[in-house]
Write a protein that binds this ligand. Structure first.
Ligand code: SF4
Length: 334
């Protein structure tokens, strides 16, 4: 691998990013956590708002969890936000070593290497999905290069190259940038690639055969009966999810898992047992679909008129005041 060629390409082509030119460790940390599972174009707006609201890790540690989840609303994978806040609460100062970063909740080997290389100059190679794709093509590495052991092997392969770089953070960012902007999953732009002369997959005309992929599993479908009940003044009835696990701490329309969509008659007792309210009219409003990484949710939404006092755990609130699960936001727009 020609490191100098890669770095010259990067210096001429890198995109401006708010956390890139003046790498404050807290900003890089927040950006790296947001960039896990999320496209960079989406992250820009969230990052700016998050940093304005929580400009330091101390501000993040002191903020209520609900505020943090609200700032994260719509980004998905909310465990990231909860871990970020818990990690901020657990430290007195930002870590000064790779191992220190690695020990924080939610900071895996990839994120720790990214932060430590960019902010501390540690020569730790980053192997994310983009980098593993570049390497799989460059050397025509066979097999699934995305598993954790495969990524460790790729990191070991990269180590002597990052050791040659004067600025390890710049090397890592160059590799990631190449994967994000040139060595794309489909139709890589090899004519613009600094490795075009040495890439084995390109020489063989087999760019898209690498990385080798496992057959995609089909994901199961789940159903839930969800209830939209308003107090007539714009506030809806919401219930909070348990603090941990899927969508932990977010708010949603009261709902109940079911085998399938049901009749409005059968939905009435479900609404009553879920909320404690007595329904006087129930109308099916529609179904929204939301795809999680491991299942597809069919959220069957019913509009309900009802009376009585809601059970503990259910509250009336304006939707904009709570961090809401995405399926609920879609259901409110129905
Ligand atoms: S030459 Fe093409 S396939 Fe090879 S690393 Fe560059 S962009 Fe990727």
């Amino acid at each position: 691998m020609d490191v100098e060629r890669l770095l010259s390409w990067y210096r001429a082509n890198k995109r401006a990013m708010p956390w890139r030119d003046n790498p404050d460790p807290y900003a890089v940390w927040v950006s790296e956590i947001m960039l896990q599972q999320t496209r960079i174009e989406t992250v820009y707006g969230y990052f700016a708002r998050f940093m304005a609201r929580f400009p330091t890790f101390r501000a993040l540690a002191a903020a209520p969890m609900q505020d943090v989840l609200k700032a994260w609303e719509g980004l998905g994978y909310y465990t990231r936000a909860r871990n970020l806040k818990r990690a901020a609460e657990s430290i007195r100062s930002l870590p000064g070593t790779l191992e220190g970063w690695r020990a924080l909740p939610g900071v895996g080997p990839y994120t720790a290497a990214a932060i430590a290389s960019v902010c501390l100059g540690v020569a730790a190679p980053v192997v994310d999905g983009n980098v593993s794709r570049v390497l799989a093509r460059l050397r025509r590495f066979a097999g699934d290069t995305r598993s954790a052991p495969a990524r460790e092997r790729l990191a070991a392969w990269l180590q002597p190259f990052i050791d040659c770089a004067e600025q390890p953070g710049e090397f890592n960012q160059a590799m990631m940038e190449l994967g994000e902007t040139v060595c794309l999953p489909r139709s890589p732009a090899c004519s613009r690639c600094p490795f075009a002369g040495t890439c084995l997959a390109h020489a063989a005309g087999e760019e898209e055969k690498f990385p080798e992929r496992k057959a995609k599993k089909t994901i199961p479908e789940r159903h839930s009966l969800a209830f939209r009940h308003s107090d007539g003044e714009g506030r809806f009835l919401f219930a909070q999810r348990p603090p941990d696990g899927l969508l932990g701490g977010l708010w949603e329309l009261p709902n109940q898992e079911a085998k399938r969509k049901t009749t409005t008659k059968a939905a009435r007792p479900v609404f009553h047992s879920r909320t404690g309210l007595v329904p006087s009219a129930v109308r099916y409003a529609g179904t929204v679909t939301h795809v999680f990484s491991h299942f597809k949710l069919q959220f069957h939404v019913y509009d309900v008129e009802a009376s009585g006092e809601p059970k503990n755990g259910c509250v009336f609130a304006l939707p904009e005041t709570l961090p809401l699960a995405t399926a609920t936001r879609k259901a409110l727009r129905l």
